[in-house]
Design a protein around this ligand. Structure first.
Ligand code: THU
Length: 132
């Protein structure tokens, strides 16, 4: 990813975070997923009064891309307080489409505080369709 493409992805995740629906946790998360076509799909966490129905920003972004017909994921940026890495469920969900996906985490309070991971480092020994 070029520096410009990286910055654009981070900006899209910061922008998405503003639309997070997180009244219960007060922990808004924004995600931006770039696909091979170059398009960006945004996601936010969407919480629910029935807490267990909450969905994370990463899965919303991934589902938006798939629903648009895009399954070739190039990179994802995730913005949150403290710059957390995706939860276990999201790691598995992303691995379905991109086992080696680059993941950029960003601290919303200090957006220059970023870290980059590869999904296979965060989720080693992945369970995948070939195992079925
Ligand atoms: N959350 C995400 O959206 N992504 C993450 O990577 C971590 C957790 C959301 C789920 C819930 O709405 C809130 O953050 C607190 O767990």
């Amino acid at each position: 990813m070029t520096d410009l493409a990286h910055e654009e992805l981070v900006r899209a995740a910061l922008d998405a975070q503003k639309r997070a629906y997180a009244p219960y946790s007060s922990f808004p998360v924004g995600a931006a997923l770039r696909t091979a076509s170059g398009k960006i799909y945004q996601g936010t966490n969407v919480e629910n009064a029935s807490f267990g129905l909450t969905i994370c920003a990463e899965r919303v972004a991934a589902a938006a891309a798939v629903a648009a017909g895009e399954r070739d994921f190039a990179a994802i940026a995730v913005v949150s307080r403290g710059g957390v890495t995706p939860c276990g469920a999201c790691r598995q969900f992303l691995a379905e489409f991109a086992p080696l996906l680059p993941i950029v985490t960003v601290d919303s309070q200090q957006p220059d505080r970023q870290a980059t991971y590869r999904l296979d480092a965060l989720l080693p020994e992945q369970f995948a369709k070939d195992d079925l």
